[in-house]
Design a protein around this ligand. Structure first.
Ligand SMILES: CC(C)(COP(=O)(O)OP(=O)(O)OC[C@H]1O[C@@H](n2cnc3c(N)ncnc32)[C@H](O)[C@@H]1OP(=O)(O)O)[C@@H](O)C(=O)NCCC(=O)NCCS
Length: 173
């Protein structure tokens, strides 16, 4: 990290780290899908420790779980002084990426085959986060969503299913 990456406190700006996080997530998603993948949402990003000018960043990203056209990617960022020394876990994040076809439309993602106990734990935790997102939306949408931020206007899984059910009932009747 260089001086141009720093904020007024002399530490690396959070946005610089976020860019590295998103870039790594996009690469992991694209490698899994073999397609271009874009970020739909970030479901949690924690700055655990500051990054110093002069640190090198080690950014690791892995696919935790897949949906139909989306996938959750977990990213871990560590920092280490350029001349060596202790490596610190500085940032963790979970990103929802969407696989796009050549026309830029969401397209199906290949299945994920967790191999280790750790892989299965990550997948389970990703599913818990998805349930919590849907529960959050359900509760917020109960108040109406005219003036809520964009992420709360997202329909979520249930919105999709409700809409599909409404379509089916319109067609039926
Ligand atoms: C992401 C994007 C392609 C989704 O398009 P869309 O028309 O809403 O697509 P859909 O409603 O079919 O949703 C596609 C998938 O994304 C998921 N999704 C969409 N918005 C989401 C959100 N805010 N949070 C979590 N998941 C989301 C849906 O659940 C669905 O997943 P599934 O197929 O696995 O069930 C579109 O919103 C977009 O292009 N956004 C801008 C992306 C961007 O510029 N990112 C920054 C630079 S990479």
């Amino acid at each position: 990290m260089e001086i141009t990456d720093s904020n007024a406190l002399g530490k690396v700006h959070g946005g610089v780290v976020m860019r590295a996080v998103e870039s790594a997530a996009g690469t992991a998603a694209a490698r899994h899908c073999g397609t271009v993948c874009v970020t739909a949402a970030i479901d949690g990003l924690s700055f655990l420790e500051p990054v110093d000018v002069g640190d090198i960043l080690i950014v690791q990203a892995r696919v935790n779980d897949v949906g139909r056209t989306s996938l959750e990617v977990g990213v871990k960022v560590e920092a280490e002084p350029w001349h060596g020394g202790q490596r610190r876990h500085t940032t963790s994040a979970y990103l929802l990426m969407v696989s796009l076809d050549a026309e830029g439309r969401p397209t199906k993602v290949p299945p994920l085959h967790p191999e280790t106990a750790d892989d299965r734990r990550r997948q389970e935790q990703a599913r818990i986060r998805r349930e919590l997102r849907n529960e959050r939306l359900r509760r917020l949408n109960a108040y109406g969503n005219d003036d809520t931020p964009a992420d709360d206007n997202w329909r979520g899984d249930d919105g999709r299913h409700d809409e599909a059910a409404a379509d089916a009932s319109r067609r039926a009747g």
